[in-house]
Design a protein around this ligand. Structure first.
Ligand code: DI6
Ligand code: FE
Length: 400
């Protein structure tokens, strides 16, 4: 066996589904060639003729798949610290939104920002995630809310993916809010007749998302949006049951969505529907924390029904100004009662599945992309238990 690079003395968390938990292998080795993993297993099982151009001994350091942040709104203009102060003084998110603040205030700032500014601020934020071993990020639109600005957001996201050393997956979230200048019915029509067809034809979106909530769109309205997305060959994802049970999980399941995200108010029937559809539950503890929510997602039911659980930052200027996936892991463990194994699966294997990329990324297995995070840690729990300590030792993306 011939490797471009071989790491020995590694503690591997392979996350391979054939193992229980995180698939821990002590005294492991991992070898890559041409940007792909060729060997990941016990060093004792390396073929005797194994030869590497570059070989490093990691002294027992932990190696995980590169981390995946599968739900962000990281491209936006402005910031919302004034709204944060209003909430500290007792205002609530939904009344701020109804008064024209919230999402709509970021829409004004995003439309007003130059493409250059959106790129620069987006790149700064992505560098924070890269510094934590993140190798894939999903980025949603949703702060443009007209055809030109939604497509511009997606173009900025795509550009960030080509200028920075990470993979960007894009999602059209035109159905995030109704823009002030258009009425609801006309806006929904515009999403179906202009935004989805153009995003699909121009290759700007990998999926379509919607905000299913009392302050946004109903399941009935989003059903038509999703039907259109499927006609254009795009998969769907959904912001479901975050602040109330609006039947979001069932709607996501009806369209075999890649993921249903948030889920604080999802019922047992909703969880069963997700299980039947093979939809991933994406849990977002940053928004739960910042909004001081009380009702946690139905983790016990998700476990019982075998629904894969992913974890993400939901990085956005309103409900989750969170630029640390490691912090999201800690929040998920503390607030939602996830185990260390579940949090690690949530930012690797399950997150890959939430993006439909499980054949390419998310585990340390031969054939997968050589996206790795190497940590100044020997136990997976060390990635979850610190708050504000970044133990990243090295990050490899596509073999480099
Ligand atoms: N749910 C969220 O948590 C974000 N969007 C959504 O649909 C919030 C976006 C914002 O407040 O700007
Ligand atoms: Fe979100």
């Amino acid at each position: 066996m011939q490797f471009d690079r071989l790491w020995r003395g590694a503690t591997l968390a392979t996350l391979a589904p054939r193992f229980a938990g995180v698939g821990l292998i002590e005294h492991g080795a991992i070898g890559i060639t041409d940007g792909r993993i060729v060997f990941a297993g016990p060093a004792a099982e390396l073929p005797a003729a194994a030869h590497a151009r570059e070989e490093v001994d990691l002294g027992g350091r932990l190696v995980t798949p590169g981390l995946i942040d599968c739900h962000t709104h990281i491209v936006f203009g402005g910031e919302r610290s004034a709204e944060f102060e209003m909430r500290l003084a007792g205002a609530d998110y939904q009344s701020i939104a109804r008064a024209g603040g919230g999402i709509l205030s970021t829409v004004r700032a995003t439309r007003a920002a130059s493409e250059q500014t959106l790129r620069e601020t987006g790149a700064q934020r992505l560098r924070e995630l890269i510094g934590e071993g993140v190798t894939t990020v999903e980025i949603k639109s949703g702060y443009g809310l007209d055809t030109a600005h939604e497509l511009r957001m997606l173009r900025v996201a795509r550009a960030l993916g080509s200028e920075l050393p990470l993979q960007v997956v894009t999602t059209l979230l035109a159905a995030h809010a109704v823009p002030p200048e258009t009425d609801r019915i006309a806006y929904l029509e515009r999403i179906r007749t202009e935004m989805i067809p153009r995003a699909a034809a121009e290759g700007l979106a990998d999926a379509v998302d919607g905000f299913c909530e009392g302050i946004a769109f109903s399941a009935e309205e989003l059903r038509a949006v999703f039907a259109c997305a499927r006609q254009h060959g795009l998969s769907v994802k959904l912001h479901a049951d975050q602040l109330s049970d609006g039947g979001g999980a069932q709607l996501a399941a009806e369209f075999q969505a890649l993921s249903a995200d948030h889920l604080e108010w999802t019922s047992e029937a909703g969880v069963a529907a997700l299980a039947g559809a093979g939809t991933v539950a994406v849990l977002l503890p940053g928004a739960f924390y910042c909004l001081r929510e009380r009702r946690v997602p139905p983790v016990a039911a998700l476990r019982r029904h075998g629904v894969p659980m992913a974890l993400a930052t939901d990085c956005n200027p309103g409900t989750s100004p969170l630029l640390s996936l490691l912090a999201a892991m800690n929040l998920g463990a503390i607030q939602f009662g996830l185990t260390v194994e579940e949090t690690l699966i949530g930012v690797t294997r399950a997150a890959a599945q939430a993006l439909g990329r499980q054949a390419e990324i998310g585990t340390l297995e031969p054939g997968k992309r050589a996206d790795l995070a190497i940590w100044n840690a020997t136990r997976p729990a060390e990635l979850v238990y610190w708050i504000g300590r970044n133990p990243l030792y090295a990050r490899i993306w596509r073999g480099h």
